[in-house]
Design a protein around this ligand. Structure first.
Ligand SMILES: Nc1ncnc2c1ncn2[C@@H]1O[C@H](COP(=O)(O)OP(=O)(O)OP(=O)(O)O)[C@@H](O)[C@H]1O
Length: 482
């Protein structure tokens, strides 16, 4: 060491041996202490010049492991001469820029999420962290459901490095729907057709948990801590995740990134909606009433089983990429690349369809599947198939036991003899025994709608038939499991 700063990529940011006459490190580093900090944990290095002198100090902001899976920020003051500091700052900034972290984000805040704290969470926790890291923000406080989708339809995505939803799973889903729909329109994909291959998104979406349902944040970060979620977005890691499309009446009803539950769980969501005034507490109380009045429905489920031999792209994080929204004529090459990872095109495989029938309480599909690890279930994004469970008629007590295991996310929660398991690329549900009428357009419509829980929102099933399709790696999500 000759009293200069050593910057070693991927290993350590400052090498300081205490003899250095230009720099003295305060706070956590302590004078004379050799410090090793992973460059990837550095958030920012800020330069502060003392007026009228050559003296300046640098503040190094970095990430440390908090309790459990939580991440926290810490800072450290480095004193010394201004010119030395500027050199260090330049060096560090060059390295941080090479990490492809987001620089511009579109943020959608749902002020009505959960305990209505999303706006405060944004201003008090998220915004200061993003500003610290020089991320420029375009912020929209939503005024009504559906607004993110409307805004994203004409949003200039070219200079954005990602979207951020501040709210619950429903808000994330809404942003994902808006983005996917916009991309299909740009790419002229017939998104109403269940068998169309989607144009996959390269623009990551992040979630800052502020809702009543924060399952996605829990899956991604192992915690619903807000600061952790914001830090993960800043660090820019992202993974590829699946999306599912739900279609009825020859039209797309919605995309989902987490769950599509028909029957009991759909009814639960519908019932919870009626008790919105109870706030997030309604999700603890209302479902009990729905279970008590559970009803089965006769279904025919046709599905394309997963192909064990088919090797798909990995679900690992890929390099940060900007979403390109090119005019159709220039889109061909881009589309070819983006579509590599998306799924369907299986209308022609009709002969491979299998069928399950019977009276069921529900059909539950997990878009983010779960794998058992050390006695717990861990989320698996980008699985090759959709995991679907049919719950057949069973005694009330066995059903309650199964549902309570499910609620605790315990392995074995699906190992009941009244549960049939399917892994497939998509499925069609027919409801031949549910009463219907013919509407003015000659379409069969259910007399009484049934419900799907689509990412935590109750979605009515109005037709006696609906389709669900998996779109492999169709979205990119900020975060990293584990
Ligand atoms: N300003 C708004 N007022 C009401 N609803 C909104 C508003 N902005 C967005 N939404 C919609 O609210 C729904 C639920 O949002 P979110 O998931 O953030 O909240 P939540 O508290 O977890 O869910 P829920 O309110 O359903 O319990 C989303 O579908 C979203 O589109």
């Amino acid at each position: 060491m000759d009293g200069t700063i050593e910057v070693l990529i991927d290993k350590c940011i400052l090498s300081y041996d205490g003899k250095n006459e230009y720099f003295s490190c305060g706070n956590s580093f302590g004078s004379g202490k050799h410090v090793c900090l992973r460059l990837n944990d550095v958030l920012a290095l800020k330069h502060h010049l003392k007026a009228g002198t050559l003296k300046s100090h640098l503040v190094l902001h970095y990430v440390v492991q908090g309790k459990g899976k939580a991440l926290r920020t810490k800072d450290c003051i480095i004193t010394g001469e201004a010119d030395q500091h500027l050199r260090l700052k330049d060096a560090v900034e060059t390295i941080l820029n090479s990490f492809h972290r987001p620089k511009r984000l579109a943020v959608f805040v749902n002020p009505n999420s959960g305990h209505r704290k999303a706006v405060n969470i944004f201003h008090n926790v998220v915004e200061p962290l993003f500003k610290l890291c020089d991320i420029s923000l375009k912020v929209v406080e939503t005024e009504r459901p559906g607004q993110p989708t409307e805004l994203l339809e004409n949003y200039d995505l070219r200079h954005m490095n990602g979207l951020v939803a501040i709210g619950g799973d429903g808000m994330f889903s809404e942003c994902m729907n808006g983005l996917l729909l916009r991309l299909q329109k740009d790419a002229k994909v017939d998104y109403n057709n269940p068998d169309a291959t989607l144009s996959a998104s390269t623009l990551p979406i992040g979630i800052i948990p502020a809702g009543s349902g924060n399952m996605l944040a829990q899956y991604l970060h192992g915690t619903i801590d807000v600061e952790t979620a914001a830090i993960k977005i800043i660090l820019g890691d992202h993974l590829l995740a699946n999306a599912v499309s739900v279609h009825q009446g020859r039209a797309l009803s919605s995309y989902a990134g987490l769950i599509v539950d028909f029957g009991l769980c759909g009814d639960m969501m519908k019932d919870c909606e009626k008790f919105r005034w109870l706030g997030p507490k309604r999700y603890k109380i209302v479902p009990l009433g729905t279970i008590l009045k559970r009803k089965s429905v006769y279904v025919e489920v046709e599905f394309i089983p997963e192909e064990p031999h088919k090797v798909r792209a990995t679900h690992k994080s890929r390099k940060f990429a900007r979403q390109m929204s090119l005019p159709a004529a220039r889109y061909q090459f881009q589309k070819a690349v983006l579509r590599l990872n998306s799924t369907p095109e299986f209308a022609e495989d009709q002969k491979f369809w299998l069928k399950e029938t019977g009276h069921v309480y529900g059909i539950d599909s997990y878009v983010v599947t779960q794998k058992e690890k050390d006695g717990n279930l861990v989320p698996y994004f980008g699985d090759d198939a959709l995991h679907v469970w049919l719950t057949d008629k069973c005694s009330f007590s066995s059903h309650v036991s199964q549902l309570s295991l499910l609620q605790q996310q315990k392995p074995g929660c699906w190992d009941f003899k009244f549960i049939r398991e399917i892994r497939c690329r998509g499925y069609r549900v027919k409801l031949p025994c549910s009463p219907y009428y013919i509407d003015d357009c000659g379409e069969k419509k259910l007399k009484k709608p049934l419900y799907i829980n689509c990412d935590g929102e109750a979605m009515p099933v109005e037709y006696p038939e609906f389709d669900v399709r998996l779109h492999h790696n169709a979205v990119s999500v900020f975060g990293r499991v584990g």
